[in-house]
Design a protein around this ligand. Structure first.
Ligand code: ADP
Ligand code: MG
Length: 584
């Protein structure tokens, strides 16, 4: 066998290969072009895309511009104005690899029109599929406009991996939002298919965060600020009662660069671990500033990943700052007092023995329940709040502890502890699933339709799935571009707040991608619905509500564990308790 000859690849091919790493989708082009504008000191940046960015992307800025003589260099590989000869350990600009423009020029049609403030006219340089044309004089204000059209026309293989224009457009918008969060002192405007998605003037960080994170988030952001050594952290943490079904609302900005970083993500998770329910994700916008040599951004061509020189110090600071913010009064309520009730609903007489304990045990004055805890009172076991002694396996309720657990005494003497939220969530799920199987979830029309404000992309997603959502008992219709009108909710959920519920479903739709029907993710959808309709930990329950919950658990298949596999109740027999006390 003859050895294959080795040859150097032609420049155009090298650029196309590199293009695959730097710009894998339109959002990446937006990112590179906006970063260039920021590096050029722009005060205003306007972004417009059409056809998901595949047809056209334009980014214009009022920055320093490119000198006429340098224009051809800007589209040459490894040519940059930003990196000194041995500066790689201390990078202060967003770009530095000199790869973006040549990569874009290799894969698409590129036109750069630029005019430094001192020049009396602009110049336009065109590149198409790697072929560079001579610059020609043009009209244009000081600054730079970059137009990219027919993205990936020269690399059709890459084009095949793109999602629908809508999905690509959303990704590009999300990228622009992240960059806008990172540079609040710069005015931003983003337009997709002629429609303005967001526009912000130069403003404070707090205003930018509140404006870009969403209405619900803005109401529950806790400011934070902490410094340790040369690390400085500032930003906003979502209050504990504000969570999302995924990590979509977590923003990390390191030295003005939006990043995806496992160290920061993990720190966020740890800080919230005992504060929010498992499976939920916190909301946060965190800005970390540290000396440039403390962090390596040259890990990946897209520069969204980084490596900290001292990850432990970073992790420690993030956790400490978040914990301090979450400990502030508005974030967490004081633990609720314990309450003891007899099965008949009257306060227990002789249970508490110490003064302190007695004070913690308030008589249960049977407050009118906000709503019936059992999903459907008609389905409840007829025994309802039966008197003790109980023939039922889960027994009769004795007390509600920390407004979270039901303490019950079974007929055989065993103590039963029920996690009220986990148990009720499971019951709701089973009911929803049964109704779904029987042809559709029962809807409860609202007396007054509710208007829920949501980001445009979420409105579009929900509207696109409205026929399917109707089968889940959720009747909605778009209400302008940034709101939906809710006409009915699944009856079994009682009266949940439709806002968080719709947002969770929008997240679910975003995650599953548009190709997949909701029905194909039945468990996930039902899980999300049930979570909103279920009685929360922290809600006070009346004696009959507790008894109804226990009876329904006995009648429901799979009620012993919640959908995450955790137990919904624990049982301690008298023998086990006596063993624990060493009586046996
Ligand atoms: P990098 O940003 O890594 O230097 P790019 O390929 O993105 O590489 O850009 C090459 C060069 O073109 C930059 O170093 C900069 O000098 C110039 N440039 C690109 N975009 C702009 C812009 N919007 N304004 C001014 N100069 C620009
Ligand atoms: Mg660049």
């Amino acid at each position: 066998m003859e050895p294959q000859r080795i040859r150097l690849l032609p420049e155009a091919l090298i650029n196309r290969i590199a293009a695959g790493e730097v710009i894998e989708r339109p959002a990446a082009v937006v990112k590179e072009l906006v970063e260039n504008a920021l590096d050029a000191g722009a005060r205003r940046i306007a972004i417009a895309i059409t056809g998901g960015g595949v047809e056209r992307i334009s980014v214009s800025d009022d920055g320093a511009g490119i000198a006429e003589a340098d224009l051809p260099l800007a589209v040459e590989r490894h040519a940059t104005s930003k990196l000194g000869d041995d500066q790689l350990i201390r990078i202060t600009t967003l770009g530095f690899r000199g790869e973006a423009l040549p990569a874009i020029g290799a894969a698409a049609r590129l036109a750069i029109t630029s005019r430094p403030a001192a020049a009396d006219h602009a110049m336009t340089l065109r590149v198409a599929g790697g072929r560079v044309f001579d610059p020609v004089p043009a009209a244009g204000p000081p600054g730079t406009e970059v137009v990219v059209s027919d993205l990936f026309f020269a690399t059709p293989a890459r084009r095949k991996f793109l999602k629908s224009p809508r999905v690509e457009s959303e990704a590009a918008e999300a990228t622009a939002r992240r960059l806008a969060l990172a540079a609040p002192e710069v005015a931003f405007r983003f337009e997709a298919d002629g429609r303005l998605a967001f526009e912000r003037p130069a403003e404070s960080r707090a205003r930018r965060v509140a404006a870009l994170l969403g209405t619900l988030e803005a109401q529950a952001l806790l400011p934070l600020e902490m410094a340790r050594g040369r690390l400085q952290l500032a930003g906003f943490a979502g209050a504990a009662n504000l969570t999302r079904a995924s990590g979509v609302a977590q923003y990390f900005i390191v030295n003005r660069r939006p990043v995806i970083d496992p160290v920061l993500r993990m720190a966020l998770r740890i800080a919230y671990r005992d504060v929010i329910p498992a499976g939920r994700h916190p909301v946060a916008a965190l800005y970390l500033d540290l000396p440039a040599e403390e962090v390596d951004v040259n890990v990946h061509p897209a520069k969204t990943e980084l490596r900290f020189r001292e990850p432990d110090a970073v992790r420690g600071l993030v956790i400490a700052a978040l914990r301090a913010a979450l400990a502030a009064p508005i974030g967490v309520a004081a633990p609720p007092p314990m309450r003891f009730v007899t099965p008949s609903g009257r306060a227990a007489a002789a249970l508490p023995s110490t003064r302190h304990f007695a004070e913690a045990c308030l008589p249960l004055a049977a407050p009118p329940a906000a709503r019936q805890i059992a999903p459907d009172p008609a389905q409840m076991a007829p025994e309802g709040a039966a008197p003790s002694p109980e023939p039922h396996p889960l027994g009769a309720p004795l007390a509600q502890i920390w407004d979270t657990y039901i303490l019950a005494l079974a007929a055989d003497g065993a103590l039963v502890l029920v996690d009220q939220h986990a148990a009720h969530e499971r019951l709701t799920e089973e009911t929803l699933a049964a109704e779904w199987r029987a042809g559709g979830v029962r809807a409860q029309p609202l007396l007054l339709p509710a208007v829920v404000e949501l980001p445009q992309a979420d409105v579009a997603r929900l509207a696109g799935a409205s026929a399917e959502l109707a089968r889940f008992g959720l009747e909605i219709e778009p209400f302008g571009r940034e709101a939906v009108l809710v006409r009915a909710l699944p009856a079994v959920l009682g009266a949940p707040d439709p806002g968080p519920l719709l947002r969770d479903l929008a997240d679910e739709l975003a995650e599953s991608g548009e190709a997949q029907a909701l029905a194909a993710r039945l468990d996930a959808v039902i899980g999300r619905l049930a979570c909103h309709g279920s009685v929360r930990a922290g809600r006070k329950l009346g004696g009959d509500e507790m008894a109804a919950l226990l009876r329904q658990m006995e009648a429901t298949p799979r009620a012993a564990t919640c959908s995450h596999g955790r137990p919904t109740f624990l049982k301690l027999s008298r023998a086990e308790i006596e063993r624990l006390f060493g009586r046996r």
